[in-house]
Design a protein around this ligand. Structure first.
Ligand code: G3I
Length: 372
């Protein structure tokens, strides 16, 4: 399926005046799931209208989930939930360089294609993730010493080839992932060291040549906080826009934790970037907590999820809200933060948590402009 969305949501007077995505596409996002294609346990259309997907479509918002491992797509319960509740999917890992080119010149898109087929079959759009990053690079690349010129050539080939392979099938690409340190200095990655800061503009140009209609994003975490990193991102995208480099959006990853404050006002931080004529998106939302889970912690988590979603809803050009992992059984958090977890709106058994209800509440009722 080739979907290109003119994702320009409009806020008008009053609640609910937000227009939905480009006309006919809305129906496909809204009604992507049928009992026939979602597998056992799938919802009826009436249920869809009341779930995240149906409610988000009415607000003109794409609601996404990161899919970690395509084998999960063989699980009927996982599949049904993903199809019923989400209009967008992001590849948690399967479009990263170590997966798509495990040996030099040996391109393997099996896992990515599996996810693409699922998305296409359920009328979900795909956010491509990610073309240029310093993590999850293949061993053949990291275990050898290259000249700067070699690395420039290797990166150009990778970006152009991967973007071309998925041309017309991804709505947006996280072209550049996590380019800055917390203090706003450039992260000294393999790409920065070889090409300097110009690697960003080059990669955007290469991706644009390969897939001229894809929306091209820079994506990072902690942009929700008004930090030095957000300032650096703002300066970078301002400069890119001024120079006419193809960049269309900034992704706010949205990895929050209940042990930290909620980073209000996210609305202002999002609007700062849309003021440059860019789209914004919440690309990897989750709210982790120190374990064990308690009702009080779940309530705080629900509150954070609801506020983050309502911030996105309040900003006309915040086009999508993606949760990083379908359930607590499919989250990166426990593997990275010892003693923490339960970061998603569904528990290990795919049962909705208070955060799920709060997300629906935000989609249903919250007044545009309110983040509480
Ligand atoms: O595939 C191997 C498997 O063969 C092996 O048995 C297993 C043992 O640990 O590891 C598996 O690889 C893991 C891979 O995920 C696939 O599951 C890696 O160890 C693990 O490090 C890797 O983690 C991913 C992480 O990026 C790597 O940086 C997470 O799943 C993924 O959710 C996470 O996603 C990132 C975004 O891309 C960018 N923003 C931050 C976000 C969270 O870290």
């Amino acid at each position: 399926m080739s979907i290109r969305l003119g994702l320009h949501r409009r806020t008008g007077p009053g609640v609910g005046a937000r227009s939905v995505l480009a006309g006919a596409v809305v129906a496909t996002l809204l009604f992507g799931t049928t009992a026939a294609n979602a597998g056992p346990g799938s919802a009826t259309r009436a249920d869809d209208l009341d779930g995240l997907r149906g409610l988000a479509a009415k607000r003109g918002l794409l609601i996404g989930s990161a899919v970690y491992n395509p084998p999960l797509l063989g699980d009927a319960r996982y599949r049904a939930l993903l199809a019923r509740e989400f209009s967008a999917v992001s590849p948690g890992n399967v479009m990263k360089w170590d997966t798509v080119e495990p040996e030099r010149g040996m391109v393997d898109l099996t896992a990515a294609d599996h996810m693409m087929r699922f998305a296409s079959g359920h009328r979900q759009i795909v956010r491509g993730h990610t073309l240029v990053w310093h993590n999850q690079l293949p061993y053949w690349l990291t275990q050898k010493t290259w000249s700067d010129a070699d690395l420039a050539t290797i990166l150009e080939k990778h970006v152009k080839e991967e973007a071309a392979k998925f041309r017309g099938r991804v709505y947006a690409w996280d072209v550049i992932n996590e380019p800055f340190n917390e203090d706003g200095t450039w992260r000294e990655t393999i790409w920065y060291k070889a090409l300097g800061p110009g690697y960003v503009a080059k990669a955007l140009q290469w991706a644009h040549e390969a897939d001229p209609r894809a929306k091209l994003y820079l994506n990072d975490y902690n942009l929700e906080w008004n930090t030095a990193k957000a300032d650096a991102m703002y300066a970078l995208v301002s400069d890119l826009r001024e120079r006419g480099v193809p960049v269309h959006g900034v992704g706010f990853q949205g990895h929050l934790g209940i042990q930290y404050d909620y980073p209000a006002p996210v609305i202002d931080h999002l609007r700062r970037f849309t003021g440059l004529g860019l789209d914004v998106a919440i690309t990897e939302a989750d709210v982790r907590m120190p374990l064990p889970v308690t009702d009080a912690k779940l309530a705080t988590q629900a509150d954070y999820f609801g506020r983050l979603l309502s911030a996105c809803l309040a900003v006309r050009r915040c086009v999508s809200f993606t949760i990083w992992g379908l359930s607590d059984a499919h989250s990166w958090v426990p593997g990275v933060f010892a003693g923490q977890g339960a970061a998603t709106p569904y528990d290990h058994d795919l049962r909705p948590k208070p955060a799920y209800a709060e997300l629906r509440e935000a989609l249903r009722h919250r007044v545009a402009g309110s983040e509480r």
